[in-house]
Structures are given as C-alpha cells and as structure tokens.
Ligand binder design. Sequence first.
Ligand code: SIN
Ligand code: CO
Length: 386
Amino acid sequence: MNTLNWGELTPEKFLKEYWQKKPLIIKGAFSNFQDPISADELAGLAMEPEIQSRIIAKTTNADHKTSWQVTHGPFEQFDQFGESGWTLLVQAVNNFSANSQLLLDNFKFVPSWRVDDVMVSFSTPNGGVGAHLDQYDVFIIQGEGKRHWQVGAPDPSLKQLLPHEDLKQVSDFTPIVDEITEPGDLLYIPPNHPHNGIAIDNSLNYSVGFQAPNNQELFSGFADKLLDDDIATQRFNDVNRKITHSPELLSAEDIGQLKLFMQSAFDNQELFNQFIGRYLTQSHHPLEMLIPIEPITDEQLDDILAEDENLLVAVSGIKALIIEEPSPTLFISGEAFELDENTIEFGKAIAKEKSLTTNQAKSFTDCLKNRQLLTNVLNKGFWYIE
Ligand code: SIN
Ligand code: CO
C-alpha cells in the first residue's frame, strides 16, 4: 500500500496554505513507492479501443526548432516512436487498474466528488507534453524513473502557443518549483499554474486530477434536468402590473422579476439535490461495468451472502456520494437510490467502501430494504461479486 507521508505538513495545513493557492513538492512523500501499474501494462491499456490514450512526441530539426506530433490511441505497437522524446498518456487508468485506484485513498481529505481520475503517463528520456496550464488541481506522483518538473505562478502575460492543433502550450515561464522528481515524490499543481515535466529517464507519472464544474456546464446540466423531468414549465406572471408610459422599456424592475423567476427554479432543494448528485457522479470516462445477464434474485442474493469467500466489490473508479438532507439519497454513476433511516448506514458503506466481505454486508442485509438496495446496485452492474 502506497501511503502518503506529509512530513511537516498535515492535510489541514496543506488545504490552508497550498490548495488552489500555490504549488508544492514533497520529496519522498511515499517511501518505497510501488508503481501500481507497469509501463508494459500501461502500454497494454493504450491498445484498448475504449480507453483514451495519446502519444505526444517531439522532434528537433537541424535548426534546433522543435516540432510536435500527437497520435491518438488505440495503439498496435510503439516501436515507431523510438527510444526518446515521447510521452504516452492514458486517461482514467484507475477505472481499469484497481491498484491505481488505491492511490486515491491518500486524498480522502477532500470529498470524493471532487476527484476526477488518475491519468498515467509513461515518458521516454526528454519526453513531455510541453509547458501548459490545466484548469484543475492535480497531484503528480513520480513513479519509476526521474523527471525534471518546473511549475510557475499564474501569469497573464504568458503567450498561448498552439504548436499542434491538439496541443495548447504556453510560452516560457519563471519556475517557482524547479525539481528533479524521483520515485515517491509528490508534486501539487493548483489550477492555471504553468508547468512542464521533462523526463530524464523512462518515467511513470500518476496524475490525480480533480473535477471542478464550471457554471456553464452546471446551468446546462440543470436545464437538461428540467427538460428531462418536464418541470419548471410554468410561465412568468405579473399579476400586479402597473401602467407604463414607456412601453419600449424593459425596466430594471421587470429584469429583476425575470431574474427572480429564473432563480426560483433553484428553490426546490430536493430537485437541486437530485440534479447535483446525479451530475457529479457521472463518469467522464468508460467504466468496466459488469451487468449480470440475468438479474440477481432474492434467493441468489441469499446464496451469495452465504459464501464467506465471496467479496462484494465496487467497479473500479465508479463515483458515488451521499446527500443526507432533506431526503437521504445514494448517488452512484448518475443514478439515485432513495434511502431512509433503515438504509442510510448501508448506503454510506456502499458510497464509501470499495469492497465488503459477505460478513460485513450481512450486518446490514437482515433488513429487507438493505437487501433490495444491494440487489439493485449489483443488478445495475455498479458492484459485482468477486
Ligand atoms: C504528464 O504526466 O506528462 C502530464 C501531466 C500534466 O502536466 O498534466
Ligand atoms: Co498538466
């Protein structure tokens, strides 16, 4: 198990001093870091058509000009890229590698809804994606190999470069973190801080990325919810209207009333919770779901729970959360499961744990409603029997 050692820091101090504010490097944050996936296994994932992967390669010509190439997976082979100057990036590796998912256990000091995925890169010497900004927080763990990482402060004077239509880079920046990362080192990069990692030798990097929806996405998602449920269809009313002498005017008062009318769509807390819980647990990447061919019946659940060696396991990388009030609800992968005082604890266990032994599950499943919840979650393919 790779356990993060904060050294002189604590998660509280980190949140106060660094989170979304300034970059941080912790040398030796993981002692004896064990790569949860090997470069060969990563290459194997990049051969799968449903997994998002790309290779970014740079070549320098005789005039010392660098040109960049981007190739999207799936890949059949890698020989053509040579021994240096390229990086393979694979998205959401935690959805396909339970060991990589375990890295996230170290970041439970922020709620899991904020976590997006674990992206893994394999870089050959001199490989990197170039200086760029990301709009989200990222922790980068150095696995095998070494990489030269530089991180700067946000700087509006940086120029946007587009050396390739798929690559957004920025001009050179002044680093405030400038380190050679070695296995087990941890780098934290806040949003919009320019950064650049250049591999020194064959290097694996694990990027724990966070999600932060923007307002545009939230409004559009909420509007979709209103459309799907066919609600908020009532029209603006102005029963107390007074005479106007300027019919060409849209008055400040009317604008205020229209705005209030739109805002009233958010007054229904139940509705908003239903929207936000589903929205934030939707996966942005494919999951390895195991939907049973025939739905599991009550009797089959009895048999499953009777076997001590059966383990109930959540699909790797699946997103789940609990909203407690006003109506307790478990959200998994964009779906809602209503809870009550009998099922809330089991709901929390499902949202929190990655696996349950049948004995752990049995402490809940004496209650019929908990059994139904478990059958539901298994039949949806969100959890499976191992
Ligand atoms: C990488 O590991 O090469 C890319 C990580 C990043 O800078 O976002
Ligand atoms: Co980045």
